[in-house]
Design a protein around this ligand. Structure first.
Ligand code: PMV
Length: 323
């Protein structure tokens, strides 16, 4: 009753922001992401009759704050397997946890993959994706590698809300250059941010209504390997998400001065015909997505931006790996 799994972080090019059901954790909009090779969570789990409750060690430290969320996710797997054993979970990220680098995506994807194996459940990747979604919306996408689409779904029980692979990592190589502008970012978490945006932003309805069009353009751009079209729709969708968060009450501004300076640097590269675009999630880090031949130049330019503390470069990577 022991297993381990590796899952990688992913970055959304068409964003998930807003939930249709907070209990089921179903997204109000679909999303499209790329899975990153260089950023992963390794999770080990052991179900043990001697344990009175679940335990969680995150990066070598007991983590009581995350334990309730992990236990709730494990309950879904216990129900599926019809067992009532508690588990010892140990998870490590090879990148800073909670710094706006999608550690909940890789973390919950690795958790459900490891737990389902430890419990002897032969679940399909689709079923794992739906389970991971209930831990963290973006985790549903980290089950798969390369280019991935999350379907919002419409079923009352959330059963059609899972991710599907669009294109493999090797079919179209992209490189992601991450400019870290703040370490251990203290920001409004995505769950809270989504709730307050949905409740108070006058642009929320327009966001929902325009999401399908962005998904269609991005999906076609990926399947056609059309960098220019993908760049335009991804930047638009990212800025639209931040615009609606900014217009909420209270307003949510996830950026700092270096975030804006990185956008400027990327725009300067674009003016010089360098194939690169930016995307930004619920934190101040800037993710520059580029064709591999531009990666060195992009990294050099972003490293020189005042306020950039660190640069992480990643290719696209595979989905979950269990062992
Ligand atoms: O999966 P969550 O609840 O951490 O939300 C992710 C939200 C964004 O990163 C901003 C967008 C996305 O689609 O990943």
């Amino acid at each position: 009753m022991r297993s381990q799994a590796r899952a990688r972080a992913n970055i959304a090019l068409i964003k998930y922001w807003g939930k249709s059901d907070t209990e089921l954790n179903t997204p109000a909009v679909g999303s499209i992401s790329i899975t990153l090779d260089a950023l992963w969570s390794d999770t080990e789990i052991e179900f043990d009759a001697a344990l009175a409750q679940d335990t969680l060690s995150l990066d070598g430290k007991e983590d009581a704050a995350q334990l309730a969320r992990v236990s709730r996710c494990l309950d879904l797997l216990r129900r599926e397997a019809r067992v009532d054993l508690r588990a010892r979970v140990s998870s490590r990220n090879n990148f800073p946890t909670g710094a706006g680098l999608a550690s909940s995506a890789s973390g919950f994807a690795a958790l459900v993959a490891a737990a389902s194996r430890a419990l002897g459940l032969a679940l399909s990747p689709t079923a794992l994706s739906a389970l991971a979604r209930q831990g963290s919306g973006s985790a549903a996408r980290s089950i798969f590698g390369g280019y991935v689409e999350m379907r919002a779904g419409g079923a009352a029980d959330g059963s059609d809300s899972f991710a599907v692979p669009l294109l493999s990592a090797t079919a179209w190589s992209l490189t992601v250059v991450i400019a870290v502008t703040q370490k251990y970012a203290k920001v409004t978490g995505s769950g809270e941010g989504m709730r307050s945006t949905a409740d108070s932003s006058p642009y929320y309805q327009a966001w929902i209504e325009s999401s399908q069009a962005d998904l269609n353009v991005a999906r076609a751009a990926i399947l056609n390997q059309d960098f220019g079209v993908l760049a335009e729709v991804a930047e638009h969708n990212c800025l639209k998400m931040h615009a609606l968060a900014l217009a909420g009450r209270p307003p949510l501004l996830y950026w700092n001065a270096a975030t804006v300076a990185c956008i400027d640097a990327i725009r300067a590269l674009q003016s010089a015909s360098v194939p690169v675009f930016f995307t930004i999630d619920a934190g101040p880090q800037v993710k520059a997505v580029c064709l591999p031949e531009a990666a060195e130049q992009v990294a050099t330019q972003l490293r020189a931006v005042p306020g950039v503390l660190d640069i992480i470069v990643s290719e696209l990577g595979p989905g979950i790996e269990t062992g």
